[in-house]
Ligand binder design. Structure first.
Ligand SMILES: C[S@@+](CC[C@H](N)C(=O)[O-])C[C@H]1O[C@@H](n2cnc3c(N)ncnc32)[C@H](O)[C@@H]1O
Length: 212
């Protein structure tokens, strides 16, 4: 997601410690203390402007959510949504997903969402794809046993690559959809990219991959 530089973004994120977790390593092993209620924890990696994570938090008050995003100039828009909606069950982290095991204990996360991850189409950049095997190791490190990744994209190449990557890792593939918006999947919450690309006529691919 390319974004205008917003030099004030870091400062704004720091102004809302109730929503943006400033030193996430201090909560390793005790994330439930950060939320009002002790309940399952789902994280979205590459949360962008936060439409999905805030929509999910509103629709599922019995789940706690954390949106994780590398770019401060992007996540600051997610913060605006959360401030406006005053949601108690969603927090944000402005960090790199490569460092997730520094922030979460094994088994502390119940589900990972990856939505419209950057495709990195060149083979020499494959290691940067959020479904590359080193990322699958990272997610396995923090997820519960038999934890799941729920993945959506409009990019056919990334989808095919990811199905192979999940499968080669030994994961169980479930609910593979080659056209989410005409499927019978219920309760889909659109992301910013999903709306943009489906409006252009792109099909949306979705799958769930479970560790075993
Ligand atoms: C193409 S955008 C999609 C945003 C949003 N999920 C959506 O569907 O509208 C991908 C986002 O992932 C973020 N991202 C990429 N690699 C990341 C990483 N290693 N850790 C955290 N965020 C990352 C990027 O900064 C970007 O905002």
């Amino acid at each position: 997601m390319r974004q205008r530089n917003k030099p004030w973004a870091k400062e704004k994120l720091a102004d809302y410690p109730q929503y943006v977790i400033g030193s996430p390593d201090q909560w390793k092993g005790k994330w439930h203390e950060v939320f009002e209620k002790k309940q399952p924890l789902h994280i979205e990696i590459g949360t962008g402007k936060g439409r999905f994570i805030s929509g999910m938090a509103k629709a599922n008050p019995m789940i706690n959510y954390i949106g994780i995003e590398l770019q401060d100039s992007v996540i600051v828009t997610a913060l605006d949504r959360i401030i406006e909606e005053e949601l108690p069950n969603v927090k944000l982290m402005n960090v790199d997903a490569n460092n997730l095991p520094t922030f979460f204990e094994k088994g502390e996360v119940d589900r990972v969402y990856l939505n419209f991850s950057d495709p990195w189409p060149k083979t020499r950049h494959a290691k940067r794809r959020l479904t590359y095997k080193t990322f699958l190791e990272i997610y396995e490190d923090i997820l519960v046993d038999q934890g799941e990744i729920h993945f959506k994209t409009d990019n056919q190449g990334l989808f095919e690559y990811s199905l192979t990557s999940f499968s080669e890792y030994g994961m169980l593939l479930k609910y593979v959809s080659l056209d989410l918006h005409t499927s019978n999947f219920e309760g889909n919450i659109m992301t910013e990219y999903e709306e943009k690309f489906s409006n252009k006529g792109n099909r949306i691919y979705r799958c769930e991959a479970q560790y075993r």
